[in-house]
Design a binder for this molecule. Structure first.
Ligand code: SAM
Ligand code: CA
Length: 235
């Protein structure tokens, strides 16, 4: 995930920059809370700003959170906190987010905006590799089947391992959203025409998408928002 900052994906997956901007300007930005705009602006200065969740995908995530009345959630891959703040703004006052990232510096970059939004009390940030935290959560049987929602936006190589653990942590009817499941559109490109830095992610994503399509423990929907998200509902 290192050098994606220079990758020309600013139009997302759509046919043209104009169309993507139309979607953002018409449906997304007018509804985006001011604090999320502020966090987006702050993140734009970061050399890896491209890692932040796309606002159109974020809007879909907020809708899902409301639809299932999510209260207890987990996030793998926080970066500066766009999806985290979005989740914290959407869940109820007594909602809780277990937010995991190996990097605390980027979380701290966005933290003043999270504090300003008055939602820090909903967040339990854990600096750690995510697999370790998921395994620890599973050791306590009370956590099993207790989470309403999970958002996964981290190392693609581990998505399947996260999936096996999240499946056990999630309630029946709970939702997992995976980000970047169309990987800059490269999943449908020949390997030879894929940029070198995108090749490993392309292969992991192709394999993971195939796996999800065959996983009958979940109802799924592949949505071409942002860089592609896959919505999985535990059956
Ligand atoms: N959702 C974030 C947002 O809206 O800004 C973007 C997350 S960014 C794409 C991926 C993050 O995953 C990085 O901050 C990185 O440090 C973290 N990460 C990568 N591998 C990880 C792992 N094995 N465990 C925990 N965090 C990891
Ligand atoms: Ca992402």
């Amino acid at each position: 995930m290192a050098s994606l900052s220079n990758f020309d994906d600013s139009k997302g997956l759509l046919q043209s920059q104009e169309l993507y901007e139309y979607v953002l300007e018409t449906a997304v930005y007018p509804r985006e809370p001011e604090v999320l705009k502020e966090l987006r602006a702050l993140t734009a200065n970061h050399p890896k700003s491209l890692m932040a969740t796309a606002p159109d995908a974020g809007q879909q995530i907020a809708l899902l959170l409301k639809m299932i009345n999510a209260k207890k959630t987990i996030e793998i891959g926080v970066f500066t906190g766009y999806s985290l703040l979005l989740t914290a703004l959407t869940i109820p006052q007594d909602g809780k987010i277990t937010a995991i990232d190996m990097n605390k510096d980027t979380y701290e970059m966005g933290l003043p905006v999270i504090k300003k939004a008055g939602v820090e009390h909903k967040i339990n940030f854990i600096q750690s590799p995510a697999l370790t935290v998921l395994d620890e959560l599973l050791e306590n049987h009370e956590n099993r089947g207790s989470f309403d929602f999970a958002f996964v936006d981290a190392d693609k190589v581990n998505y399947q391992k996260y999936h096996e653990r999240l499946w056990q942590l999630l309630k029946v009817g709970g939702i997992i959203v995976y980000d970047n499941t169309l990987w800059f559109g490269t999943v449908a490109m020949p390997e030879e025409s894929t940029k070198e830095e995108l090749k490993p992610g392309r292969l992991h994503t192709i394999e993971f998408n195939r796996f999800l399509a065959a996983d009958n423990r979940f109802q799924i929907s592949q949505v071409p928002l942002g860089d592609g998200i896959t919505i999985c509902r535990r059956l």
